[in-house]
Design a protein around this ligand. Structure first.
Ligand code: FES
Ligand code: FES
Length: 192
């Protein structure tokens, strides 16, 4: 037996991981349980795209700078290029493919179309996933760096353009569609 291919999971000791070692994981992706084996170094982004064929989640910088790879993990937004798939074993993952319901676009997807919130579209899945989670954060009274008075609970009614820009600042758009993205998010937030 090749000792370099031996993987001991969960003990935290004497773990030997070789280049060809793979570990079994299970993710619930868009409501469907998916099991696979991945190299320990595989990012969640690569597992989604390469193992599951969910290419809606985009790889751009691959180092946590652009937000194109944003997905939801247990309801919170996360950069999927910055976490290992094995670290998310057992978690609930939502990707852009999982937002529509019965053929109907999510309200934020519809708002992006209505407000022309994209040009090339490469950043758009990450923008939309971030916006969905960001509105939930605002509804949960989370303040941001743009919140003027953090001494009292934030309310969704205070989600100004400045608040949206700050809360979406981790999602870059090389086509510079920012004004339209802010309009789309503002409308979706108001409707929510
Ligand atoms: S691809 Fe993950 S942050 Fe850019
Ligand atoms: S629409 Fe092209 S990068 Fe955002």
């Amino acid at each position: 037996m090749n000792p370099a291919a031996t993987v001991t999971r969960g003990t935290g000791e004497n773990t030997v991981v070789g280049d060809d070692a793979r570990v079994p994981i299970g993710l619930t992706v868009n409501g469907r349980v998916r099991t696979m084996t991945v190299e320990p170094r595989t990012t969640l982004l690569d597992a989604l795209r390469d193992e599951l064929g969910l290419t809606g989640t985009k790889k751009a910088c691959d180092r946590g700078e652009c937000g194109a790879c944003t997905v939801h993990v247990d309801g919170r937004r996360l950069l999927s290029c910055m976490t290992l798939a094995a670290m998310q074993d057992g978690k609930q993952i939502t990707t852009i493919e999982g937002l529509e319901r019965d053929g109907n676009l999510h309200a934020i997807q519809a708002a992006f179309i209505e407000h022309d919130g994209f040009q090339c579209g490469f950043c758009t899945p990450g923008q939309i996933m971030s916006a969905v989670a960001m509105i939930e954060e605002a509804k949960a009274d989370w303040p941001s760096a743009a919140t003027t008075d953090v001494g009292r609970p934030f309310t969704i009614a205070e989600l100004s353009a400045a608040e949206i820009r700050e809360r979406m600042s981790g999602n870059l758009c090389r086509c510079a569609c920012y004004p339209n993205i802010v309009d789309a998010v503002a409308e979706a937030a108001a409707r929510s």
